[in-house]
Write a protein that binds this ligand. Structure first.
Ligand code: TYD
Length: 136
């Protein structure tokens, strides 16, 4: 597993272009974010539950609440930080090697995830103790 700290995680303003037709935002791999986008997926119609609760060994991601809002709690095994995503131009970059919990989805939230790798269940660590043991 790659080792990162919560300080490697950051909120970014996604490029936006606006005129009298409204707004357009764009994320280009390797230009706006430090990885090629190999996969996108999105969470929607999420009831009052928490999701996430895992770490990735190699996967990097950019999370965007294109609609609604959600709290992303990032944890490096020592420190935690909560990022509130509530604007379609706010992106949260999460490098590999951090635990994340997704909580407090507001009604109608669409959480878009841009990912650096194709889906690989072996890249997931779903047990928190295993995650912490991997770090130390
Ligand atoms: P899961 O990893 O449990 O969601 P969360 O991000 O909230 O932890 O994924 C839910 C289901 O979707 C699970 O059966 C695996 C499947 N899935 C894919 O097939 N491909 C993907 O790219 C992703 C993200 C999930």
């Amino acid at each position: 597993m790659k080792h990162s700290t919560i300080h490697d995680c950051h909120l970014m303003d996604i490029r936006k272009y606006s005129d009298n037709r409204g707004y357009l935002s764009v994320v280009e791999g390797q230009t706006d974010i430090p990885f090629d986008i190999k996969r996108i997926y999105y969470l929607y119609m999420v009831p009052e539950v928490a999701r996430g609760a895992h770490a990735h060994k190699q996967l990097q991601q950019l999370l965007i609440a294109t609609s609604g809002s959600v709290d992303v709690i990032v944890d490096d095994g020592t420190n935690k930080q909560t990022f509130h995503l509530d604007r379609p131009w706010k992106g949260l970059y999460i490098p590999a090697g951090l635990w994340r919990d997704l909580e407090n989805f507001s009604g109608g939230t669409v959480l878009l995830c841009l990912a650096s790798e194709p889906y690989n269940p072996d890249d997931y660590i779903r047990d928190y103790n295993e995650f912490v043991n991997n770090i130390h």
